[in-house]
Design a binder for this molecule. Structure first.
Ligand SMILES: Nc1ncnc2c1ncn2[C@@H]1O[C@H](COP(=O)(O)OP(=O)(O)OP(=O)(O)O)[C@@H](O)[C@H]1O
Length: 650
């Protein structure tokens, strides 16, 4: 059916159109959302305007990553238009009877679903149902291997004993008990370290015939939502399997752990038309699937993964529950990890932990649900020392506290530095020189170009030059809250390019220059280049003595993949990156730029993600004052937990 155009002309007399036009003008809706409401009215002309407006807002929220409109929550405080309309949404229960063609409680095939005070677009409600069902089925308790055998294996995998509970070891023990396990932790808490040990544990038990319900070696697959995250996990695993794993497990177990990590799209066989090769009717041939960076997984992909997994398989999800959720709708990891801080383990779970890990965990005030029994939270960061400003700032943000931030930012000799650029030169200096030439841990972009020029002067072989340049480029990254606007990625990319031109390290009027960093903006399966991958343009000498620009990308096994710029269509210059795109990456020095103009885009999860991308030094450039930090911390996207609300306790 054709969707009517949104005509906002002066002569427009239609009350609903006027209302929708006003909502678009007030930036409460996108034109598409308003058209959606008009389309619904064409299906049911008697539908109440409040329902149609709520439906349009529901479509708007979905585009912001929220899978439903919470009608029981308060109206958004910053939004007078919605404040005015919200009381009329209070009649939501009546809508079921007034517009039965448009909205039902799920059983009919209406475009909208109303459930427990939440209004959904049907597709999102269906995905949510599939996830809730898939997840519940996987939380049923499994028969377990003998606890003393598990304890012996864990002793080998975690030889260091500490009087405090070792959450990495506990996580491994917990993951045996159900077909779905979740390991969440902040940066550097050892998620990769733990998953390597978990793979060795499970495969070791399977090869010994000690893993109930499995015969022979486990068929293991590893995946991540983006190519970049997949490459990163693969690199860590290869390093660990060739290194520390040799002391942790026998060679036959190590040999039975895969080294390749694929994207979730590839795993599922997702095609351009949106169909997948693997689904309930044709499941994946896998016994154990591990997914890294799960916070970036949309609700839709999660539903598809659960569909494609055979019921007998195990699924382990890794990620940081406090990071930004997927750019598409859904925050599955955060939902699965609700209450994880409290470790509300049942008596049965605590007994298993005591038997396999020899830790007696305290009895919680209330025991958690079945879901909570197989969620493990890694609590200690091995990356940040206890005095690290970045680590403490991240923790303050995560807890939603801002009481010590002023003191933190004032500390001398800190790894944090605040910039309140009152004139453009201050920002320019940060972008070019970082914290100054003598501060090697906090470089700016000139450092990268100097490394490149030194490599070219020394006539390094192309692979070595590419490796050094990719490494040097990850030393500094400017992160922005959004793509557009005067402080967005586009404007900052232009600014950095101009600054470098003025320094004479980048030529004017040439699109492909030595050192141009580019990011892939769309998966190109034919070239095996994934959205988010970053490459560096380098001049290569050809056999005939001519020089030609080629773009170097890192491969999963430390090899370099070269592409001619002519083959790269969906690319952009990438001096600046959005925080969303930076997920799953780390930089020695990271500068986060936030401006008061972008208030609507600034929130706690964004700030946390930006701050935790920095490994050694963090610059906070706040255009609009330090107060912006407090505002970001106070503005959290987290809404009431809903997906597993009605869940039974153990
Ligand atoms: N139990 C431990 N004891 C000592 N060092 C550890 C331990 N666990 C992890 N590390 C070290 O801490 C660093 C971070 O570990 P790892 O990469 O496993 O963390 P992560 O949570 O996967 O990090 P990321 O934030 O990159 O996802 C590594 O250098 C690792 O060797």
């Amino acid at each position: 059916m054709k969707i009517p155009a949104l005509d906002c002309g002066k002569r427009e007399r239609d009350a609903l159109r006027r209302l929708l036009c006003e909502a678009v003008e007030q930036a409460c809706l996108r034109p598409w959302d308003a058209q959606f409401a008009l389309f619904l009215r064409s299906l049911d002309p008697s539908a109440p305007p409040a329902l149609l407006l709520a439906a349009a807002r529901c479509s708007y929220e979905a585009a912001q990553g929220q899978v439903h409109l919470d009608l029981l929550a308060d109206a958004p405080a910053e939004n007078p238009f919605l404040q005015n309309w919200w009381p009329r949404f209070a009649d939501w229960q009546v809508w079921l009877h007034q517009a039965p063609l448009l909205v039902a409680a799920g059983e009919e095939t209406t475009p909208l679903v109303l459930s427990d005070g939440r209004l959904y677009l049907r597709r999102f409600w269906q995905d949510e149902q599939r996830i809730v069902e898939g997840v519940r089925a996987r939380f049923a308790a499994l028969p377990l291997p003998p606890a003393d055998l598990v304890a012996a294996q864990l002793d080998r995998l975690f030889p260091a004993r500490s009087p405090q509970p070792d959450w990495q070891r506990i996580a491994c023990a917990l993951m045996l008990r159900h077909r779905l396990g979740v390991i969440s932790g902040g940066p550097g808490t050892g998620k990769t370290t733990t998953v390597l040990r978990l793979l060795l544990l499970l495969q070791g038990l399977a090869l010994q015939g000690a893993l109930p319900q499995s015969q022979g070696p486990l068929r293991i697959r590893l995946a991540a939502p983006t190519g970049k995250a997949a490459a990163r996990l693969s690199q860590s695993l290869v390093q660990s399997l060739d290194g520390e794993a040799q002391d942790l497990a026998p060679p036959e177990v190590i040999a039975a752990i895969p080294r390749a990590v694929e994207t979730v799209h590839r795993l599922l066989g997702l095609r351009a038309d949106g169909r997948v090769r693997y689904h309930r009717g044709q499941p994946l041939a896998v016994d154990l699937l591990v997914i890294d960076e799960t916070s970036m997984l949309s609700q839709e992909l999660m539903a598809r993964i659960l569909d494609a997994l055979p019921p007998s398989s195990r699924l382990i999800l890794l990620g940081d529950k406090d990071q930004l959720a997927s750019v598409e709708a859904g925050a599955v990891l955060a939902e699965l990890c609700a209450n994880a801080e409290w470790a509300r383990y049942s008596e049965d779970t605590r007994r298993w932990i005591a038997a396999t890990c020899a830790y007696g965990l305290p009895v919680p005030e209330t025991e958690g649900s079945a879901r909570e029994q197989s969620v493990a939270l890694l609590r200690h960061s091995y990356r940040f020392a206890s005095h690290s400003g970045i680590g403490r700032l991240a923790e303050q943000i995560r807890r939603g506290q801002d009481t010590q931030i002023a003191a933190l930012l004032d500390e001398p000799e800190s790894d944090l530095r605040l910039f309140l650029p009152t004139n453009p030169q201050e920002l320019d200096a940060l972008l070019l020189h970082g914290w100054g030439e003598e501060q090697v841990d906090a470089p700016g972009y000139l450092h990268f170009f100097r490394q490149l020029q030194a490599g070219l002067r020394r006539r390094l072989p192309p692979e070595e030059l590419a490796r050094q340049c990719l490494q040097a480029f990850s030393e500094f990254q400017l992160l922005c809250a959004r793509r557009d606007g005067p402080w967005g990625v586009g404007a900052m990319n232009r600014l950095v390019t101009q600054l470098l031109q003025r320094q004479g390290v980048v030529p004017s009027h040439r699109e492909w220059f030595a050192g141009r960093p580019v990011i892939i903006t769309r998966n190109v399966y034919g070239l095996q280049l994934m959205n988010g991958e970053i490459g560096i343009t380098l001049p290569l000498k050809l056999a005939d003595g001519q020089t030609q620009m080629q773009v170097a990308f890192a491969g999963a096994n430390a090899e370099i993949r070269w592409f001619s710029p002519l083959r790269l269509r969906d690319v952009e210059t990438v001096f600046a990156l959005t925080v969303h795109k930076s997920q799953g990456s780390e930089y020695r020095h990271c500068a986060f730029l936030a401006a008061a103009e972008d208030r609507d885009f600034l929130h706690r999860e964004l700030l946390y993600t930006a701050v935790t991308r920095a490994r050694s030094r963090l610059s906070l450039a706040l255009v609009g004052g330090q107060e912006l930090l407090r505002e970001m911390i106070a503005h959290s996207l987290l809404r009431r937990q809903q997906m597993f609300s009605g869940e039974a306790h153990e």
